[in-house]
Design a binder for this molecule. Structure first.
Ligand code: ADP
Ligand code: ZN
Length: 614
């Protein structure tokens, strides 16, 4: 669909250019046109000096030498007038019907066709004069091996077998076993699927053909299918080999059986061609087709049938150990300083994919280079991480002192709640340096990749989110929009607490799932619930939030002095790390103890005065 629209837009553009080009060339020879009546008036006023007649078409010059054109409906009645006003006349037989004339009118068409021809040739990847058979060139001697792919031990073990198939096909076929034809790698973007396919080719030292699924579909009708056939023809000449098809969902999406758009037909033809080719080659032609997708849920079931992509390997984003291993692979490529602590970096980047990690290491190296350092240190990694997750620091953004103060209290509010409540993720750092769209930030980093969360953890998460707004309210007595994202997040968590995790006392452990876009079989599940249930859910959400809000308010009210101290520290230092938060808290606690001690002593003295011991 998209590609058809794109092509359509191109065509429109080219047509436009052709028409303009045509008009420019024609205008040069055709002077400005004027109405016949105006021509007659000027003729009567003796303003015309010359005319040239060609059928009814008039071109001519006025007495001032300005050229014009017009059209006469009746030339024979015009002739006496021209004679009367002594106009110089020349004439020519009408041109319509001559070869030159019709060619001229065809110029725009010829231009469009020419452009279209060049355009499609380029699209098909050939270009002019290129030999058709050299279009699919495999990579041979791929330098990538399994060593370059870290943190996916299980997938690797499974693919090791595929390598053996490619290396010693006779060993497997000797006993009558069927060599697998297709392996489907499924997982989110950037998890190393392409890398893994290359590594299989590298390990087995076989040629590696690769093609993006969308490349097939971007072409014009019928081309995709023939490209698939060409690809297989080439591959068959180079067995054993690997064919890698990235984003197979672009062609392998469920066949709908008659879509409205032409793009669907094209995709279907391509998919059918692929299926025919996969079924077609025999087992002594050792070709393994590795396909990658991040939408296995939309694939046509025909693709997954035995003899096709019957082996499926799932790759997920790496866990903390995987992240460390991937970091190791990439850090080897840079000049890393001695203080680099990979486990700590791995811990601080939950949710990063392999590609994100590669990017992080690269950014850190660039940052170090920019500052003229000789090696990359932890500070560079910290900065690179912040840049990737939150956008560039806006160090010289102009922020009024008032906003800085509000932001400092807001962030301190989040941090204090996180610090004081149990079952929360440790604070990593707090900053009031604006970054991307955020004015400030309180970063917490989980100790582990958590897989499940307790209800207390979830409620505390809401309270931490509320902490920012409440701090502002307590200190400045008014509300700002700075907390809008916090409120959004808190509401989302509260809703899931009730509808998804069944943690509401009123509703109980019933899942009222809402639409979700999940990866891997995560078709959106929507449970229809009644209007009445919807009302209960709404009021439950509100109650959860209100309760959290109240509790947080009391907490921050009690610890107002801590809030002031931390906010002051932020205003002075802009960034406060975990250790410094601890120091501030420690000082505060000591001060409080001393104050309480003094108070107790005073009270004791007071009491002893009242009841003097005898
Ligand atoms: P996908 O095909 O799943 O979208 P890629 O294979 O294109 O992901 O990954 C992009 C880059 O990310 C790789 O070239 C590599 O540098 C890095 N990368 C991803 N996963 C890993 C991994 N498991 N180990 C090492 N590097 C990885
Ligand atoms: Zn906030």
């Amino acid at each position: 669909m998209k590609n058809n629209i794109q092509t359509g837009l191109w065509m429109l553009l080219l047509t436009g250019i052709a028409i303009i080009a045509y008009n420019i060339t024609v205008r040069e020879t055709t002077p400005p046109e004027q109405p016949y009546t105006q021509f007659l008036t000027e003729l009567q006023e003796d303003k015309i000096s010359k005319v040239h007649l060609k059928g009814g078409a008039i071109t001519g010059e006025d007495v001032l030498g300005r050229r014009f054109s017009s059209y006469s409906p009746d030339v024979s009645s015009l002739m006496p007038l021209l004679g009367k006003h002594q106009v110089e006349i020349s004439a020519e037989a009408p041109a319509s019907g001559t070869l030159a004339g019709s060619l001229k009118s065809m110029i725009p068409m010829i231009l469009i066709l020419g452009a279209w021809f060049i355009f499609t040739r380029n699209k098909a990847g050939g270009g002019f004069g290129k030999d058709k058979t050299t279009r699919f060139i495999p990579v041979t001697n791929s330098p990538v091996t399994f060593k370059d792919v870290a943190g996916i031990a299980e997938a690797r073990a499974e693919l090791k077998e595929v390598v053996d198939f490619l290396k010693y096909p006779e060993k497997f076929s000797r006993l009558g076993g069927q060599i697998p034809k297709g392996v489907l790698l499924q997982g989110p973007p950037g998890t190393g699927k392409t890398l893994l396919a290359k590594a299989i080719a590298g390990e087995a030292s076989v040629p590696f053909f690769s093609m993006g699924g969308s490349d097939f579909v971007e072409m014009f009708v019928g081309v995709g299918a023939s490209r698939v056939r060409e690809l297989f023809t080439e591959a068959k000449k180079r067995t054993p080999c690997i064919i890698f098809i990235d984003e197979i969902d672009a062609i392998g999406g469920r066949r709908s059986g008659g879509t409205a758009s032409g793009g669907g037909d094209e995709r279907e033809q391509t998919l059918n061609a692929l299926l025919v080719e996969m079924d077609g080659f025999s087992s002594d032609e050792t070709i393994i087709i590795v396909a990658a997708t991040n939408r296995p849920d939309i694939l046509d079931p025909a693709l997954l049938r035995p003899g096709r992509f019957d082996r499926q390997v799932t790759i997920s984003n790496p866990d903390i150990k995987g992240r460390k291993k991937i970091l190791e692979v990439h850090v080897k490529k840079i000049a890393a300083g001695k203080n680099i602590n990979l486990p700590e970096i791995a811990r601080s980047i939950p949710g990063f994919s392999g590609a994100d990690i590669a990017n992080l290491v690269n950014e850190a190296a660039l940052m170090a280079a920019r500052e003229g350092k000789n090696s990359v240190d932890m500070e560079d990694f910290e900065n690179a991480k912040d840049k990737i997750t939150m956008g560039l620091e806006r160090k010289n953004a102009v922020i009024s002192e008032e906003h800085r103060r509000i932001t400092a209290y807001h962030e301190a509010g989040h941090a204090i709640v996180a610090k004081l409540l149990p079952e929360t993720d440790p604070i990593h750092k707090i900053t009031i340096i604006p970054r991307g769209r955020a004015l400030g930030l309180t970063q917490q980093v989980p100790i582990d990749d958590r897989l499940t969360y307790s209800k207390e953890y979830i409620l505390n998460r809401i309270k931490i989110l509320m902490g920012g707004r409440i701090a502002e309210e307590l200190i400045f007595g008014r509300l700002t929009t700075g907390a809008s994202n916090d409120i959004l997040q808190a509401t989302d968590i509260a809703t899931r607490l009730i509808c998804e995790w069944g943690m509401s006392d009123t509703i109980g452990p019933v899942a009222y799932l809402q639409e979700q876009e999940g990866f891997l079989g995560g078709q959106s599940i929507a449970k229809v619930h009644s209007e009445k249930t919807a009302q209960i859910i709404d009021s439950e959400v509100k109650m959860v939030i209100t309760e959290c809000y109240e509790e947080t308010r009391q907490l921050l009210h009690e610890y107002t002095t801590f809030l002031h101290t931390l906010a002051e520290a932020l205003l002075v230092n802009e960034t406060v790390d975990a250790e410094e938060v601890d120091i501030v808290l420690h000082c505060y606690m000591n001060k409080k103890k001393i104050e309480e001690g003094v108070k107790n002593q005073q009270e004791r003295q007071h009491i002893s005065k009242k009841n003097p011991r005898r």
